[in-house]
Write a protein that binds this ligand. Sequence first.
Ligand code: AP5
Length: 210
Amino acid sequence: MGATRIVFLGPPGAGKGTQAKRVVVDLGLEHLSTGDILREEVARSTGLGKKAKGFMDRGELVPDDLIIDMIRGRIERAKKGFVLDGFPRTVAQAEALDRISTLDAVVNIDLARAEVVRRLTARRVCRACGTIYNLGFNLAAGTTRCEACGGELYQRDDDQPSVIENRYDVYERSTAPLIAFYRARGLLKPVDGKLGSDRVFAEVMRILAA
Ligand code: AP5
């Protein structure tokens, strides 16, 4: 049996969501994306959504206690296993995760800042089914509808160049220390995010089956 309790780590735009969506289908796991859950809370204007929105629009992290309370039950209910995408993002979150579940692998998809900015300014997402596209490689300029479901394509509020730069700074300051944290536990599996999406997927699946 391969890995079933998996974390995807990496800077914004490294391809965590793109890969997580494919991996969970192949392995029958739950996709737990803290960014997606938060965006849904914002769209529904819930109490949590109202608290989180300002942080997200600035590219700052939402406070640890809100995030841990939001994700704990979802992890506990994912009995067949999970891919955590966007969590943990701080050492405090990683320590909280240690108390909730053991892990089989932490896949670290790395990508340099310039490529992150290039990819994220060209990202479009389907409002209906969440499919992720990129004007750079799999979406023709001027396309406004999702190829999978016909839903409206939109650009995330935090995919503006100045916010992307701040998200990368926040990643380097608060999240990159988790690389050493998980390496020390023998869980870290590095993947080069520069490769094409299919090659990254093949590499991730090879690692998770090992
Ligand atoms: P979140 O939604 O998690 O954003 P992120 O980590 O910044 O990651 P992204 O979703 O931007 O990128 P990704 O790595 O998933 O890349 P993708 O696959 O889309 O978080 C948003 C905000 O929520 C945070 O800023 C924070 O405020 C808050 N938040 C969330 N979690 C939190 C937490 N735990 N604690 C506190 N706050 C939290 O790919 C990017 C683009 O590249 C796409 O267009 C895609 O098509 C393209 N692409 C993907 N792979 C490739 C490839 N191999 N080659 C070429 N293009 C590719």
